[in-house]
Design a protein around this ligand. Structure first.
Ligand code: MV4
Length: 510
């Protein structure tokens, strides 16, 4: 095992990785920009090195400098976290050339998955269902022909895109020519690559993603699904594990597809296969994220697996310490991303000093955060200040805890998205678990913000209503669970499994 690891990131994920290292007896090396001198991740590390000015492209994105720090400090490996260098194949290659282990998949795998056209070709070949569409880069004429042949609605997408950038929905042929032109110029200016492909538009889809883990000995497992349908402008707001209304059969099929995807590219490390799921429970591969994700914690909560430790282990050449049949879902977890932004003013960033910081705590609560009272949130980096992660024996309990934790969570000095979350978790459609990717647009005033409960009475009343709604949801869910209890894996030494089985057999009571 490594003795020292450099964490090429900042904020909550840097702290999260350092916690895993500390449990494993690994020394940690932080890197930081001038503005992060007093940041939490620097205080958390065993040693820390300044790598440049605040803009990420002059510090956290300079691979050469970071590798140099790794060598100087004697770190044998680099954990990239998410964002920054985490999905840059060239950085992986550089680490390899310099004899530093990159904790993640190989560079060529990142390039294959980073280009959505080659990703689609690869997944198609591996038997993973992709969204119906083309598996080649197309000329304008070829796009027009394809759309005329299959008919709208279609999505025109940039091969170099992903995460919603460079996409155009075409609902009728009259829009086609301008949509192609705009998609191409947007792709060119955003990615320096104007290659386009086309997909059939999936109506009212849900975003369901499967967490996978793979070692260098050919073993790959999935850690079930997360539902990330609640997004605002392609930014995830709330994530849940397991997903809503995912049957055991669909879960098994999607899990198998994600494992097949991983095996097709000899994947090593933690990764996520994103799928769209339509109204008829058909699922389609969208893209693969070749990094640890923000929302990995909810999967940790329901599986008991420490994903970050697992990625470090497999990067050091160890075998996965568990097999698929040892994994089971225990309870329900939800994450609310708390951003430094003003939900009453179109979510504009709200930088500043955190004057008071009192995170929620207590049963079933995990807060992963990169800040502390007195810390400053700057405009240079992602404005996420904390992840509020809750666990409950079932979804209703998780929701009750989320509501309770949001009302406990105090951040003063900056605006945060907490009031928006409070409205969201009280919404009947959320309580029922009946939503798709259009939720915020349709049910939250387009996510533009609005009046929030101000008085204590208002929020107490909202909580009473929420409690009743949650009770209804719990009843429905338990009925479904009773029906599913027969397919729960039995046996094994894992105490969580037998606990889960007992809980399931209790049926309608929580
Ligand atoms: C789609 C789609 C419908 N049909 N592709 C948005 C982000 C990017 N990863 C893919 N996205 C979508 N692709 C087809 N063929 C709908 C979306 C989409 C979406 C997907 C996941 C989560 C939220 C979303 C919000 C709007 C649109």
């Amino acid at each position: 095992m490594f003795k020292k690891v450099l964490i090429a990131n900042r904020g909550e994920i840097a702290v999260r990785v350092m916690r895993a290292c500390r449990e494993m007896g690994i020394k940690t090396v932080a890197v930081y920009s001038d503005v992060d001198r007093d940041a939490l991740h620097v205080r958390f590390a065993d040693e820390a090195y300044c790598i440049g000015p605040p803009p990420a492209r002059e510090s956290y994105l300079i691979g050469e400098k970071i590798v140099e720090v790794a060598k100087k400090s004697g770190a044998e490996a680099i954990h990239p976290g998410y964002g920054f260098l985490s999905e840059r194949g060239h950085f992986v290659d550089l680490c390899e050339q310099e004899g530093v282990v990159f904790i993640g998949p190989r560079g060529d795998v990142m390039r294959t998955m980073g280009d959505k056209v080659t990703a689609r070709q690869t997944m198609d070949k591996a038997g993973v269902p992709i969204v119906p569409g083309t598996t080649d880069r197309l000329t304008d004429d070829a796009i027009a022909r394809w759309v005329r042949d299959t008919g709208p609605p279609v999505m025109i997408k940039a091969a170099a895109g992903g995460g919603g950038k460079g996409m155009r929905l075409v609902r009728n042929e009259t829009e086609l020519t301008s949509a192609i032109a705009r998609a191409r110029s947007e792709a060119k200016s955003s990615f320096g690559d104007d290659s386009l492909y086309v997909e059939k538009f999936v109506e009212e889809p849900r975003h369901i993603e499967i967490q996978i883990l793979a070692d260098a000995h050919g073993n790959a497992v999935h850690l079930f699904e997360r539902e990330c349908s609640i997004q605002r402008r392609h930014q995830k707001v709330i994530e849940e594990a397991p997903g809503n209304r995912i049957s055991p059969e669909l879960r098994a099929k999607m899990g198998e597809a994600a494992v097949a995807a991983a095996k097709a590219v000899n994947y090593v490390g933690a990764g996520t296969c994103e799928f769209l799921v339509d109204k008829h429970d058909h699922f389609y591969f969208l893209e693969m994220n070749t990094r640890v994700q923000v929302e990995h914690a909810i999967t940790e909560m329901i599986t008991g697996i420490d994903i970050v430790k697992a990625m470090i282990r497999v990067a050091a050449g160890e075998k996965l310490p568990f097999s698929q049949d040892e994994l089971a879902i225990h309870g329900h977890s939800i994450e609310a991303r708390i951003y430094a932004e003003d939900p009453d003013n179109n979510f504009v960033p709200s930088p500043g000093e955190i004057l008071v910081y009192r995170p929620a705590a207590g049963p079933g609560i995990r807060v992963d955060s990169g800040v502390y009272q007195g810390a400053k949130v700057t405009v240079f980096y992602d404005p996420m200040v904390a992840k509020l992660v809750v666990w409950g024996r079932d979804r209703a309990e998780a929701i009750e805890r989320l509501g309770r934790a949001l009302s406990e969570f105090v951040v003063k000095g900056i605006k945060t998205s907490i009031p928006f979350h409070q409205k969201l978790v009280h919404h009947p459609k959320f309580l029922e678990g009946r939503y798709d990717t259009g939720f915020i647009e349709q049910h939250m005033a387009g996510g533009k913000g609005g009046p929030t409960p101000t008085s204590a009475e208002d929020s107490a009343e909202a909580r009473r209503v929420a409690f009743m709604m949650a009770a209804v949801a719990a009843y429905k869910r338990d009925k479904q669970r009773a029906a599913e209890a027969s397919v729960v894996a039995s046996g094994g030494a894992d105490p969580w499994k037998s606990y889960g089985r007992r809980a399931q057999m209790r049926g309608g009571w929580r």
